[in-house]
Design a protein around this ligand. Structure first.
Ligand SMILES: Cc1cc2nc3c(=O)[nH]c(=O)nc-3n(C[C@H](O)[C@H](O)[C@H](O)COP(=O)(O)OP(=O)(O)OC[C@H]3O[C@@H](n4cnc5c(N)ncnc54)[C@H](O)[C@@H]3O)c2cc1C
Length: 396
């Protein structure tokens, strides 16, 4: 967005004042592809937080990336006054959720982890609220619970779905798909819905899709198919799991997954490579692929991935990025031209695998960058690890 537009929208906002302006600003930012950057929902109300005791580091997002940075930035530089802004009030893990569908782990294993305990254990403050915008010139974060002044801001809000990757662009169809056939790669509510679908499935075709592009958790869709197939086998359900994959073979551990489909699930899993989805009719339960129309009885449709829409709201998205990721220095993670705002985790533009392992190891590096910069220094770049692994409580 141009500087002129930014200035205009900020002045325009002040002139309009009140709810009308807030609605206009939020509405515009919610439109996919919008590049409107303006302070959102500016109320002038300060967040209920004690006065900062040192340079204030505010982190938006208490997922793998944000939680790890909160913990390690405080360790690296104890003078930091760290505030973690997270909209959820309970931590629940995305990773390992596939195993829940087959009863390999229970819900307690995934959910019910306290943000408060993580904050107390690691000497920072957990602030339960949703970030709604930023004024980078004034170094203020806006949240639905008031404004927070920062010295350094880390934005780690994860991903959003991109249904245009499966040929679905109108908001009615997107809403229907989101609710009826959730992707299961963002929120705990989606996992609960998918788990209930699997447990209640009475037979027929259960569809699982693999997105195109760089998506969160490369093995996730294949692993999910295996876990759902296991659940059907255990319950002796006459069901089939169909995997639609736009790629020629699984995007990771191809030999292992193809062997598993053949050896353990030949009667349950049907793997369809080179199947690009061009449209979905949620009501008719049909998928239009390049050469085929596929019917399903139930599904978990993982459409495609882009950076969180918060990046657009904040005006820090790269307009050239095909997956709408952040415009940052790829080595130091600060927003281009701004040494006070950083973007990490699955909203990053670097082509690393979007995994908890990447987010966790990257966050430890970014914590060092922040600690150094708070002291007027800098450190040399080193790469995160980018394997996809499973470990519980890696940062709580
Ligand atoms: C089913 C599944 C299986 C997976 N399996 C593995 C695996 O085996 N191994 C592995 O390494 N990785 C795995 N992953 C991937 C891993 O979970 C993600 O890559 C990782 O969590 C990304 O971390 P993140 O911090 O960027 O995003 P997230 O962990 O999604 O965290 C983002 C946080 O930001 C918060 N947030 C968003 N917007 C706002 C806002 N406006 N204000 C305040 N808070 C906000 C969200 O509530 C959320 O808590 C899996 C993921 C899924 C879904």
């Amino acid at each position: 967005m141009s500087g002129d537009n930014k200035e205009l929208s900020r002045r325009g906002f002040l002139k309009m004042g009140g709810a009308a302006a807030a609605t206009a600003a939020v509405g515009a930012a919610a439109v996919p592809g919008s590049v409107l950057a303006a302070p959102m929902v500016v109320t002038g109300v300060k967040a209920a937080l004690p006065k900062a005791t040192g340079p204030r580091l505010v982190i938006v997002g208490g997922g793998t990336s944000g939680l790890t940075i909160a913990k390690y930035a405080k360790k690296e530089y104890p003078k930091f006054d760290v505030v973690l802004v997270e909209k959820r009030d309970m931590y629940s893990s995305c990773f390992s959720s596939n195993m829940w569908y087959a009863g390999v782990v229970d819900l307690d294993f995934l959910a019910g982890h306290s943000f408060l305990d993580a904050a107390v254990n690691n000497k920072y403050t957990y602030f339960n609220g949703a970030a709604t915008g930023v004024d980078r010139a004034a170094k203020k974060l806006f949240t639905d619970e008031g404004e927070i002044d920062y010295d350094f801001l880390v934005v780690a809000p994860g991903i959003a779905y991109d249904y245009s990757r499966v040929g679905v662009k109108d908001i009615e169809s997107i809403t229907a798909l989101r609710q009826m056939y959730p992707g299961g790669f963002i929120s705990p509510t989606e996992h609960v819905t998918i788990r209930d679908k699997v447990a209640g499935f009475e037979g027929g075709t259960f569809l699982v899709t693999v997105p195109s592009g760089n998506y969160r958790c490369l093995p996730g869709p294949y692993e999910r198919a295996c876990m759902i197939a296991t659940a059907f086998k255990k319950a002796k359900v006459k069901g089939k799991v169909v995997i639609l994959d736009p790629n020629a073979k699984p995007t990771i551990k191809a030999e292992g997954f193809l062997n598993a489909f053949k050896e353990f699930y030949a009667d349950v899993i049907e793997y369809k490579p080179n199947t690009k989805i061009e449209g979905i009719d949620a009501g008719k339960k049909t998928i239009k692929a390049e050469f085929d129309t596929i019917k399903f009885d139930d599904a978990a449709i993982y459409p495609g991935v882009r950076g969180s829409t918060l990046l657009e709201t904040m005006g820090i998205v790269d307009p050239k990025s095909p997956q709408k990721e952040a415009l940052i220095d790829p080595l130091k993670y600060n927003v281009v031209g701004d040494m006070h705002v950083y973007v990490t985790g699955d909203s990053r533009p670097q082509p690393f695998s979007k995994s908890a392992n990447t987010s966790n190891t990257e966050a430890k590096y970014v914590a060092k960058v922040l600690a150094a910069r708070a002291q007027g220094k800098d450190i040399d770049w080193y790469s995160p690890e980018t394997i996809c692994y499973r470990r519980r409580r890696l940062c709580l």
